[in-house]
Design a protein around this ligand. Structure first.
Ligand code: FAD
Ligand code: NAP
Length: 334
């Protein structure tokens, strides 16, 4: 176990924002984790969904639990238990290599395995929860180890119990994935189907390697590379509004994208922000990314957390003033 006092978090958040933690501790096992649960803490992964707006006056915890272990295999399926500190996209690459399928559409999403299960990461029509069998966690109050079946994680759009009702109460140590040994591409997302067509392929000839690389190519064309330009990906969650509200907006803006979901109509936050003319708008070193306005960036590396927060408030106000729609951050703000 490593514990350091007065620790810079700049390398631990993909916004690349300077903030200090009173202490920072990294543990390699459940036993080591239990020894750290006595004082209040903030648990982070790779910091790709975090915004620090001030120093953190407490202990920041990070897992160093690694490992990819096959725990069951039979018929068409394989169950794999993965340590929370494994890099999510390395695991996707490993799955494609070994012929374990289901995660291809989630290629290149930054972050670690533990947070991926907390966030219920999603892209191109797939959510990680579709491949999760169970999540292993330690209960902070008791130190007990729990294996929580996916059905009890209450997965929904970019959410789970780890983000909502049990926020801060559970530390994810491992995630158990159930993957398929046969490959059926999920091309339900229109932009992905268009890419397949543009590459001159028929859906039937799409293999897992191709699908992974098509997704990577699309993401690289549109999203900032966190190693070059700081961001936390999409800053806001796409809003879900009542059907009547969506209809009223479409009456005024017939070209507005809208997707029926079970609890209302999902709108594209990127489209709403774009229509407010905010692409490229900046406050201090923080800017609305030109190629994808749902992403707020640390344009030249000089942004403070306060700049990003002020920009996010401005964007929220403009969208509300123009469309009467509230957009809320996906990013965890501290
Ligand atoms: P962090 O940002 O460090 O933490 C995220 C949350 O998880 C925090 O609340 C933290 O407290 C909690 N947490 C972390 N580890 C644990 C643990 N072991 N136990 C309990 N709680 C924990 N997201 C998508 O869904 N889809 C995308 O397509 C996507 N694209 C992105 C593109 C870019 C360029 C960037 C920068 C981000 C993108 N994201 C996307 C957001 C981000 O990658 C995900 O939310 C990711 O899962 C965060 O992982 P992390 O390890 O960086 O977690
Ligand atoms: P896009 O294709 O330009 O689409 C804009 C938005 O419309 C997306 O956010 C998507 O919602 C929604 N959408 C498109 N087709 C849909 C459909 N058939 N049904 C329901 N919703 C649909 O999006 P993009 O910016 O290039 O991103 C591509 C994918 O990567 C998206 O799935 C996006 O979520 C994901 N991504 C996420 C982050 C993040 O940080 N969370 C960052 C970058 C990319 P969904 O977001 O619900 O898919």
């Amino acid at each position: 176990m490593i514990k350091t006092e007065n620790y810079s978090l700049r390398a631990h958040n993909t916004f690349g924002i300077e903030a200090r933690a009173r202490s920072f501790a990294e543990y390699e096992s459940v036993a080591e984790l239990r020894m750290l649960l006595d004082e209040p803490f903030l648990h982070i992964g790779a910091g790709s969904n975090l915004l620090f707006t001030k120093d953190y006056d407490g202990m920041v915890l990070h897992s160093a639990i690694r490992g990819v272990e096959v725990i069951a295999a039979g018929g068409d399926e394989v169950t794999v238990r993965v340590g929370a500190a494994e890099v999510f996209d390395d695991f996707v690459a490993c799955c494609v290599e070994r012929g374990w399928h289901g995660l291809e559409n989630l290629s290149l999403i930054p972050g670690e395995i533990g947070a991926a299960a907390v966030q219920n990461i999603g892209a191109y029509g797939v959510e990680i929860s579709a491949c999760i069998e169970a999540v292993d966690a330690v209960e902070v109050a008791t130190g007990r180890e729990l294996t929580i079946p996916a059905a009890d994680c209450r997965y929904s759009y970019r959410s789970s119990i780890f983000k909502s009702s049990r926020r801060g109460e559970l530390v994810v140590t491992h995630v158990r994935f159930r993957l398929s040994r046969s490959f059926t591409p999920d091309l339900s997302y229109a932009a992905l189907r268009r890419q397949v067509e543009a590459d001159g392929l028929l859906p039937g000839s799409v293999d897992a390697q191709y699908l992974r690389h098509a997704v990577i190519k699309m993401r690289e064309a549109k999203l900032p590379d966190p190693r070059v330009t700081g961001s936390a990906g999409s800053f806001f969650i796409n809003p879900v509004v009542p059907a009547e509200k969506a209809e009223a907006l479409q009456h005024i803006c017939p070209d507005m994208p809208a997707y029926a979901v079970e609890y209302g109509v999902k709108l594209s936050a990127a489209w709403l922000i774009d229509r407010c003319g905010l692409k490229g708008f900046s406050i201090g070193g923080a800017a609305v990314y030109e190629r994808q306005p749902l992403v707020l960036v640390n344009r030249d590396g000089t942004a403070t957390g306060a700049d990003v927060l002020a920009l996010s408030h401005h964007v929220q106000r403009e969208v509300y003033a123009r469309f009467g729609v509230e957009i809320v951050p996906e990013v965890n703000i501290f």
